[in-house]
Design a protein around this ligand. Structure first.
Ligand code: TXA
Ligand code: MG
Length: 374
């Protein structure tokens, strides 16, 4: 993307911020004033503009999913490589018929998890431009459950292509403040719908004939997917590093993600050994620790960010991206965090954290006391 295109598309924008009342969101009953504001946002989408909107997973950077030009604007606003395809957000599961070649398995998953945090990849139809799918002949479809997202898609009357509303490489935004940090001046409108419920992006599966492959774990767990059909495969890149010459099943797998400026090191080992190591290491003034709530009394308060209770992976998922952004602002030289368990929503946490850490995991044996790692 050359500079003049970026300037023309983004840098000159006056970004409007639209605040939606939390009580309206939770009751999903919108006042006339809010509906008028959402109609304006839908107009912006129809006219080829960019609107950031809340979803139950993370905030999305939305534009008309049937327009090649709108997709080009999304890539420019995010500084995103144009071979990394976008998810198309639809109002109802059956709207998939307009954009993809559906199958029985799609409807089984749709009945179980839509609307909700599941994205399904299917062969695309010609209604979706190749610029939206990064040149692929498949398309990713998601029907979000967030009332604002659903109402916006309905009012727009077009599907909304939306990646997470962060600058490429930064953690996905889970509240309007994160979006404002990254997108002010780059988009036409930001709809502030409070904190995202889940805090990690949707689960992505690819359906290819009878084969179902989990490409990105999220709020819908592997066990829940397996209740719909047997033999769901997990793409190796969910937990492992891609080999140098390996072609990823999803283009997004090959890009650096979620990474703060400081190196992140994930610690594995018995809790008592890890905490001893962290106590010693926290004497360093340049380290930051993403710790469990139970550990907050054991470590210096100026070196820690509380990531949630030890056995509450859901709470940790909710806080992770915020914690990574906060960690970055403190400019540490190193960030330590616990290696998550890979069960339930823990698999999604593991997937995001292992990438934030560029796969750096250190095992802490009994008796190890810090200052030994780098
Ligand atoms: O929760 C979510 O999914 C959020 C909200 C806004 O809906 N969206 C989101 O989009 O996380 P994004 O663009 O940040 O991540 C989508 C991922 C990328 O890694 C992309 O490579 C992959 O989905 N993807 C999209 N279309 C694909 C396709 N046709 N084949 C394989 N991977 C695809
Ligand atoms: Mg993203």
């Amino acid at each position: 993307m050359n500079k003049s295109t970026l300037e023309e598309d983004n840098y000159m924008k006056q970004t409007k911020i639209l605040l939606i009342d939390a009580a309206e969101i939770s009751s999903a009953t919108f006042s006339n004033e809010t509906v008028t504001a959402l109609e304006n946002a839908a107009d912006v989408i129809r006219q080829g503009g960019l609107v950031v909107f809340p979803t139950e997973t993370v905030y999305g950077l939305g534009a008309d999913g049937t327009s090649a030009d709108a997709a080009r604007k999304i890539y420019a606003a995010k500084n995103r490589p144009s071979d990394n395809p976008l998810i198309i957000h639809i109002e109802k599961p059956e709207d998939a018929e307009l954009y993809a070649k559906t199958c029985e398995l799609y409807y089984k998953f749709a009945r179980a998890f839509m609307p909700g945090p599941l994205t399904v990849i299917l062969p695309k139809k010609d209604t979706v431009p190749f610029s939206v799918t990064g040149g692929l002949d498949s398309v990713a479809l998601r029907c979000p459950s967030h009332p604002v997202a659903r109402r916006l898609i309905g009012l727009a009357g077009v599907p909304i292509a939306a990646p997470s509303a962060n600058l490429s490489g930064k953690p996905s935004p889970t509240c309007a403040e994160h979006v404002i940090e990254d997108m002010m001046g780059r988009v036409d409108m930001i709809i502030d719908g409070g904190e995202s419920d889940i805090g990690l992006e949707s689960t992505i599966i690819k359906i290819d004939g009878k084969t179902v492959t989990l490409l990105r774990p999220g709020g819908i767990t592997y066990d829940a997917l397996s209740c719909v059909t047997d033999g769901v495969e997990i793409a190796s890149a969910v937990t492992e590093q891609l080999a140098k010459d390996e072609r990823p099943l999803s283009p997004g797998m090959k890009y650096r993600h979620y990474a703060p400026d400081a190196p992140v090191v994930l610690l594995d080992g018995k809790e008592e050994d890890v905490i001893e190591f962290l106590k010693a290491e926290s004497q360093r003034s340049d380290c930051l620790i993403l710790c469990y709530t139970e550990e907050t009394g054991l470590l210096p308060s100026e070196r820690i960010i509380d990531i949630g209770r030890m056995n509450d992976a859901q709470a940790q998922a909710h806080k992770l991206f915020s914690a990574l952004r906060d960690a970055d602002k403190l400019s540490p030289s190193i960030i330590y965090a616990h290696l998550p368990q890979k069960d339930g929503i823990g698999l999604a946490l593991y997937n995001r954290m292992i990438r934030a850490a560029a796969h750096t995991v250190k095992y802490i044996p009994s008796g190890m006391k810090g200052n030994n790692l780098i």
